[in-house]
Design a protein around this ligand. Structure first.
Ligand code: SF4
Length: 331
């Protein structure tokens, strides 16, 4: 089985190797300050899931400069190209003016080829969506949405703080902008069965397929029902590049991080984390369910080893990736 990896996507879009620089732009999160909830998602670290992001006390440009230096020291500085990744907390949770200033500071950097904005689907008001559309006309914008699961009982348990319909409404608003939409899914959440996880991944694939389809139809000037006619399908196929690869997914292994409420639950023996062989099989099964043009941004987690409590096998990233690649190749 083959899948469309992030590296392939970056190569296709930019024609060269592109690295992400994680930024902490100094935002907070409505799931922590009471607007959507208190305490945050139970798995979220005190850094707002931005463990590798820069220092929030520095400006955006300074964090980008530091990231450039770090990557160039490691990889050499042939043709530097970076995605500025607004990673920590909720990166659309501020006024349009503040957001514009912060995004533009990144966009103006000569080596930044695009920006990626991690956020919650309930923080995408119309004014913010409009701003994202404007920025996307200057440099490509990716919007990363933390969905994690579609199952209501898990949504409550993890204290996500919004209904799944909100995610779908956000996707609907973002699709016409032409931005790249990346959905985050966590595999191994407490109480979820193997089938539950596959259902979430299938839902994300189906949503992307159906919205990409409807945009293609609109551009070709036909109804979705007409798509059933073969001559119309041919017409659509000539249009399909316009929405091709508009969707991506991050499959993340649940990490139990110290200092989180999830860690307390783990200590109390309320759930077990996935074993490596189980996770490897699960990821391969997930990939089989996704549309072939969906960009696979990640197939494992990237936890901070200093705070990782479980599963400890995930700390050996090379071993995990080797096992994943072997399983995927053999499908
Ligand atoms: S929405 Fe993101 S930043 Fe906010 S608590 Fe959840 S994981 Fe953390």
């Amino acid at each position: 089985m083959e899948y469309y990896s992030l590296n392939n996507y970056l190569q296709d879009i930019f024609g060269k190797k592109v690295y992400k620089i994680a930024i902490n732009a100094g935002f907070t999160c409505p799931n922590r300050d009471g607007r959507a909830g208190y305490g945050g998602c139970i798995f979220c670290s005190g850094d707002g899931s931005g463990d590798f992001a820069g220092d929030r006390e520095q400006g955006i440009a300074a964090q980008i400069e530091e990231g450039c230096k770090r990557i160039e020291a490691k990889m050499g500085n042939g043709e530097p190209a970076y995605i500025a990744y607004f990673q920590a907390f909720t990166n659309t949770y501020a006024s349009v003016e503040v957001l514009r200033e912060k995004y533009m500071e990144a966009v103006r950097h000569p080596h930044v080829v695009g920006i990626s904005i991690a956020t919650r689907p309930d923080c995408l008001g119309d004014d913010i969506v409009k701003l994202i559309g404007e920025i996307n006309l200057i440099k490509p914008v990716w919007i990363e949405l933390g969905l994690q699961t579609i199952h209501d009982r898990t949504v409550k348990l993890i204290n996500r703080g919004y209904e799944t319909e909100v995610y779908e409404a956000a996707v609907k608003k973002l699709v016409p902008l032409g931005v790249h939409i990346v959905t985050h899914v966590i595999l191994g959440l407490p109480g979820e069965t193997y089938e539950d996880m596959l259902e979430t991944v299938k839902y994300v694939g189906d949503i992307s397929h159906s919205y990409a389809h409807s945009v293609s139809c609109k551009r070709a000037g036909v109804t979705q029902e007409d798509m059933l006619l073969t001559n119309v399908v041919e017409k659509i196929n000539t249009e399909k590049d316009s929405t091709r690869n508009q969707f991506g997914i991050k499959l993340q292994l649940l990490h139990v991080i110290s200092g989180t409420r999830l860690a307390d639950m783990y200590d109390m023996g309320e759930f077990a984390t996935l074993e490596m062989d189980e996770y490897v099989r699960l990821v391969a099964d997930c990939l089989e369910l996704l549309p072939k043009d969906m960009v696979i941004h990640r197939i494992t987690g990237d936890g901070d080893k200093r705070t990782l409590i479980a599963p400890l096998w995930s700390g050996d990233k090379k071993k995990v990736l080797n096992a994943l690649n072997k399983e995927i190749r053999n499908r």
